[in-house]
Design a protein. Sequence first.
Length: 288
Amino acid sequence: MTCELVAQALVSGLLAGFVFALIAAGLSLIFGVMEIVNFAHGEFLMLSMYLSYFLNASLGWDPLVALPLNAVALFLLGVLVYYALIRRVLRAPMLAQIFATFGLSVFLQNLAQFLFRPDFRMVATTMATGRIALGGVFISRPQLVAAIGAVLTTGLLYWLLTRTETGKALLATAEDRQAASLMGIDPDRMFALSWGLGAACVGVAGALLSTFYYVFPQVGGIFALIAFVAVALGGFGSVTGAFLGGIIIGAVESLAGVFVAPAVKNIFVFAIYLVVMLVRPRGLLGKQ
């Protein structure tokens, strides 16, 4: 096995890991503020990818040009879902909350299958089409652009949370919603904002993924499963931990596909997750 092959696998894994990290960051934000797991997170991603595809097919918009529209559209969808569904089950038992988001996931996936058919679609060419050669390593330009976009978006989310009054209000609500309420922070508004921002993250991820990945009704489940593992690995409620978990998973998945076999690469991802859960149940950067 040559060094070039290992380097190729590591680069590809890291590029994929940054996109996993962005998806996981949005999921972790929602859980951190509300302690609700959004099982429809993958379907939000799927809707964003379809939006990019149809904007390209009907209007000729490049997914990268339409990226801000995807972010805004998914932000609004996240806020709408909060007020229409999640707000009604906030004080319900955890099982009811799980069924609410899981039911939404099933509904959106079947709606997409009914409206768009189970066909595989793909954006033919984009501004990022092509590849870059660095020595013996080839870098897919769409994946590189997606990784850069994911890093910038996650960095913007981190800046929003740590450097703005709104972000500090979100973190305060996540820490203690009753104390935050006494300080004049409206928890209901913060909950809606967290859903909007979490959905906007997958809105951006969906636009980036549509430049090189197939679009079909079940595509969200592929990435959502990895995102759930990344969140648990990094620590529920920690955006930084989710980002780190996504990068680790991307690298491990790619290297396992080279050293062992592509068909069993996910076994190693889940094995690392189980080891971390046994040694450090709260995750790498999770709260006590």
